[in-house]
Design a protein around this ligand. Structure first.
Ligand SMILES: [Zn+2]
Length: 87
């Protein structure tokens, strides 16, 4: 598994909640949900893997957020997730 998604921690505003922005589906047994920090609005990708039963967050830059908000359905969307998260 790539370094990018094995280092997963929420390091945004302390005590803030994550708010659902967009369900980005899943690939390679990992569920991807785009969330926003309730404190500052920063976007994060929430990851959930059924195999490891672990939950975590990966920081996203503006370009990545823009691509995810316009991500295509199905196979092309999964390919985008794999590209962005080095799967
Ligand atoms: Zn924040």
């Amino acid at each position: 598994m790539s370094a990018r998604i094995t280092n997963r921690e929420w390091c945004c505003c302390e005590g803030a909640a994550s708010e659902l922005v967009k369900d980005c589906g899943h690939t390679q047994s990992i569920d991807f949900v785009l969330v926003a920090c309730s404190g500052c609005g920063k976007r994060w990708m929430s990851l959930y893997s059924v195999f490891s039963s672990s939950v975590g967050y990966v920081s996203l830059n503006d370009n990545e957020v823009a691509r995810l908000m316009q991500m295509p359905e199905g196979r092309q969307g999964r390919r985008l997730l794999e590209e962005l998260f080095d799967l």
